[in-house]
Design a protein around this ligand. Sequence first.
Ligand code: UDP
Ligand code: MG
Length: 328
Amino acid sequence: MTEPTQTLSVVVPVYFEEAVLETFYERVCAALAPLEPEFRLELVFVNDGSTDRSLEILLALRERDPRVKVLHFSRNFGHQIAVTAGLDHASGDAVVVIDADLQDPPEVIVQMLAKWREGYKVVYGVRAARRGESPFKRGTAKLFYRLLGRLSDVPLPLDAGDFRLLDRAVVEALRRMPEESRYLRGMVSWVGYRQCGIPYVRDARYAGKTKYTLGKMLRFAFNGITSFSEKPLVLAGWMGVFATLIGFLYLIQVITGKLLRPETVVSGWASMIGVVIFFGGIQLLFLGVLGQYVGRIYRETKRRPLYILEESWGTEHDTRADHSRADQ
Ligand code: UDP
Ligand code: MG
């Protein structure tokens, strides 16, 4: 039998997934077994600060199977950062990012690889249907993708999540993008290259609960918008122009009123209060929008490492403490 010449890495962010990890591992191995003669397989699990049995299970898997590599964060850094760490430590010629909860069927990876062989550098999964998610989640997700699509300065595929295959060239490009507020799918679009989508049915979670709370979802959405669009700032500017124009017209009316019929000027109290409240509100709103961008600048200028690895097993530099930006 010939030795495989290429490596396929599978990057898996893990946050309180003790209930699914074993099944996930079995299913991925079964799905990818047919590729084995051609590809050396590598599974990079990133334990994003979960304190349940996830790490224990991962280390047990590693005992049995040296293809399993484990990164362990010092605390919860969030899904996007966990994926980033996985990409940093994956060695594959092709790297697949997949959730641990089996919502993304591992069997689709085989189809993704076929596209990769055709020369596509990014193959992303497009959720043709989503099973087992609340109408609220589906509705907000749909709305968000469409809103972001409108706002974004780079074209973003609709209904595509982080389940995707990336060529080594794309992974290297991503590694050179050090921004802290990461919206990976947008960054992948920005990188360019030939990209294509594969429709798939997103299953219900195998076990456990979603870790994307409403708060995390909102933060993720803000991040996506402020990372890939300056349109909210432009909108603020236009609202300013509009408000000034209205204000100016109103001023003319007030002055002519005062000149022509000085006795009636006092009667405008209600409209006065209305205008003050309305424009006060708009000003605060756009101060907030501005604040989002200023906050981003503030976070970026600190140049902190994106994550802290407490320990890692099986990766190239089997470190006890890693600073992802140290090599830059
Ligand atoms: N996840 C993570 N860190 C977090 C939240 C989630 O690594 O802070 C992982 C989680 O274990 C899963 C994936 O990211 O593998 C997607 O999370 P989840 O299934 O909770 O999100 P949903 O599919 O509901 O959007
Ligand atoms: Mg999920």
